[in-house]
Structure formats: structure tokens, C-alpha cells
Design a protein around this ligand. Structure first.
Ligand code: TXA
Ligand code: MG
Length: 354
């Protein structure tokens, strides 16, 4: 255990570490805030039924309070108290995909404070697939409101160090369970509409979802290559500039050979103007850049590796002296859909088609 700027940081290697988890649960019951690991990214937890805890979450993150929080449960039955209706399709999806990186949007029960839902009459709920998260939710004896545990506008945290960098001094406790696995946030699916619609692509892929419900659609604003018009975005959080690194990011999209040629050309042009730039590449394409400055984020053969390292890599650029990042686009299949959604936003939709 260490204390950083007044925030307790405890390492919890496994859910059997009961003393630490009980302490975290007690903080939640007292109305405090605890950052906790999930399989996607770290969450900033507070009692989802306490409007004051929700207010504290918004304040700690510097987040606009019309951006609703995801409610985390430890067992599927817990949703009965929180929702006004459970569509049949939701039951089917829960059976297949919970625990896991799937958040479902339901009509909200009255007992869920509108502070938690950002004023909406719907509530987003998920059951995370992480033993420490589940033990923590159980120990707190409340559903846990948990946005990603980053300052608003920063990449979501995939390690406790990321959480410490953003939130130490602003929250009561951080549970450190190492790297999160998936690396991008959960898929948000609205089941109040028929057919259900993906509001945010994420850790559970569209292909996986459609194996169970083939008619599922995707909010087009989440997959377009131009900035979404604010009025059209259906998940309130998707309209804000997110994941914005300090360096200017440019995404180059197309076939890998065309991407590498274009990036070399842009890189050399920047360098000749005296700008410090770096390339965010994949293992397959990295050799094409020769002696240029390259960070390998993952492999094209396994886009899960890109998802897992994306936010950490963006934070590394922040901590370095680079002024510009030339990022390779990847195919928008599987986890590539979530990766490209986050990357295009990080780039403020500065996209070059190679
Ligand atoms: O993987 C995740 O989902 C992580 C971990 C901690 O569980 N959480 C997370 O929460 O990413 P957050 O708050 O950073 O993102 C929640 C997204 C936002 O885009 C928000 O607008 C949307 O879900 N959302 C939440 N409630 C909603 C609702 N009732 N209707 C539509 N969108 C909603
Ligand atoms: Mg977030």
C-alpha cells in the first residue's frame, strides 16, 4: 500500500485478497470513490444509487454532467432493480456475453438517480469480466457507477499508473491489478430500440454480437471518417473530443503499402521543417520506415494487440517530446472498428487517405 497525494493505492493480485477489497467496498458505502480494474479499462467507481457520489465522479474527472455513467453489476439478476423493462433480446445477449465487454442501455427504473444517467430516462449497465471488479462490486453491496478512470479528454487508463497520473489526489483509493486485457472500452448497445443499435463500438465485436442477434445495427456517426454532427450522436459521451493526446495526431488510412509510402513522405516533410514526429506502426509495416522514429502498437494479424496497447501508446507520446504522430489506420473489422473509432477521435478527424 502507498499513499500518493492522499489517494491510497493498493495492489490486489487476486479476488481472494479480501481485506483490501472489503476496504474498497467500505469506501463506496461511505460515499467515496475507488478506481478499479475491469477487463477493458480502469473504472472510477462510486455508489450508482447515490446522486452525491455521481456528482463527485463528474467533479473528479472534470466531466460534463450530461454525459451518463455506466452502472456495473456483479450478477445479471441485479439489473431487475435498476431497469423498467428487460427486452427479450437483452436476456439473450446477457446469457451469451456477460460477464464481458458489453454495456446494454435499458429504460431506467425510478430508483436510479438521474444524476447517474446524465439526466436520461435510460441506464447503461454492464457486468465486467474481471474477478477483482466483481469482488469489489459485491463487497460494496451497491451497483457501481463507473466511467473510465481518466481525466476528461485523456485516453482511458489501462494501468493503475495511468489512473495515478490523472486522478491521484482527487479520489479515495486506486485498486492496482496490473494491465487491463482488452484495452478499449466496452461496446455500448441500445436495447430500447428494435433492432438494437451499437452506440459505441468496443471490446465486444460487431461480428460476435451479430452471431447472436444478426439484425443489430451501428450508429453511423461512430464509424464515419468525418466529425459527427453533435445532434446526431446517440451516446452522449461520443460527442466530446476524447482520447486527445498533446501531440497532433494524423491518421493515414488505406492499403498497408500505400499507408507506409504516404507516412514516409509526410514524415520526411515534417522533419525537414524541424518538427519532431513519430510513427505509430504495426509490427508488419514497421520495417518499411527504416531509421525513422517508430513505435509499434501491435500487429495487423491480431488487432486485439493494437486495442490492448493503443491508449498506453498515446500516453507515451504525451510523455515524450513528439509534436506530431503519424498513425497507421487498420482494417475496420473485429476490434479494428473500436480502434479506428478511438484513433480518428484522437486525431480530431485529421485523416489522410493513402
Ligand atoms: O469499458 C467500459 O465501458 C469502461 C469500464 C470502466 O467499464 N467504462 C466506460 O465508461 O468507458 P465511460 O463513462 O467512459 O463511457 C460510457 C459511454 C459514454 O459514451 C456514454 O455517453 C455512454 O457510454 N452511455 C452511458 N449511459 C448511456 C445511456 N443511458 N444512453 C446512451 N449512452 C450512454
Ligand atoms: Mg471514458
Amino acid at each position: 500500500m502507498q499513499i500518493i497525494k492522499g489517494t491510497k493505492v493498493i495492489t490486489v493480485a487476486q479476488a481472494a485478497d479480501l481485506a483490501a477489497i472489503k476496504e474498497a467496498g467500505a469506501i463506496i458505502r461511505r460515499g467515496g470513490l475507488v478506481a478499479f480494474p475491469t477487463e477493458t479499462v480502469y473504472g472510477l467507481g462510486g455508489n450508482a444509487l447515490d446522486p452525491e457520489a455521481a456528482a463527485k465522479i463528474y467533479a473528479a474527472k472534470g466531466r460534463p454532467s450530461d454525459n451518463p455513467l455506466i452502472v456495473h453489476v456483479a450478477r445479471p439478476e441485479e439489473i431487475e432493480d435498476l431497469v423498467a423493462d428487460i427486452p427479450m433480446v437483452a436476456e439473450k445477449l446477457i446469457e451469451h456475453f456477460w460477464p464481458g465487454p458489453l454495456t446494454l442501455v435499458f429504460p431506467a427504473a425510478n430508483k436510479v438517480p438521474r444524476k447517474t444517467t446524465g439526466g436520461l430516462d435510460t441506464v447503461a449497465i454492464r457486468m465486467p469480466a474481471h474477478p477483482v471488479a466483481l469482488a469489489f462490486i459485491e463487497a460494496s453491496a451497491y451497483p457501481i457507477a463507473g466511467p473510465s478512470a481518466n481525466l476528461s479528454g485523456r485516453p482511458s487508463p489501462t494501468t493503475a499508473q495511468h489512473v495515478i497520473a490523472d486522478l491521484a489526489g482527487r479520489i479515495d483509493m486506486i485498486i492496482d491489478s496490473g494491465h487491463t486485457g482488452v484495452g478499449v472500452e466496452s461496446t455500448v448497445l441500445d436495447v430500447t430500440v428494435n433492432p438494437p443499435q451499437v452506440l459505441r463500438p468496443g471490446g465486444l465485436t460487431l461480428e460476435q454480437l451479430r452471431q447472436v442477434v444478426p439484425t443489430i445495427t451501428v450508429d453511423p456517426t461512430t464509424v464515419q471518417d468525418t466529425p459527427p454532427e453533435i445532434g446526431r450522436v446517440r451516446a452522449p459521451g461520443m460527442k466530446y473530443k476524447h482520447y486527445a493526446p498533446k501531440a497532433e495526431v494524423l491518421v493515414v488510412e488505406g492499403q498497408p503499402e500505400n499507408i507506409t509510402a504516404k507516412i514516409c513522405e509526410l514524415y520526411d516533410a515534417y522533419v525537414s521543417c524541424g518538427r519532431r514526429v513519430a510513427i505509430m506502426a504495426t509490427a508488419e509495416t514497421a520495417p518499411s520506415y527504416k531509421e525513422r522514429r517508430v513505435a509499434i502498437v501491435g500487429t495487423r494479424a491480431n488487432l486485439g494487440s493494437v486495442a490492448a496497447n493503443l491508449f498506453d501508446q498515446l500516453r507515451r507520446f504525451d510523455a515524450s517530446d513528439v509534436e506530431g504522430v503519424l498513425a497507421e489506420g487498420v482494417d475496420m473489422v473485429g476490434l479494428g472498428l473500436a480502434v479506428m473509432n478511438r484513433l480518428r477521435k484522437a486525431a480530431g478527424y485529421r485523416i489522410i487517405k493513402a
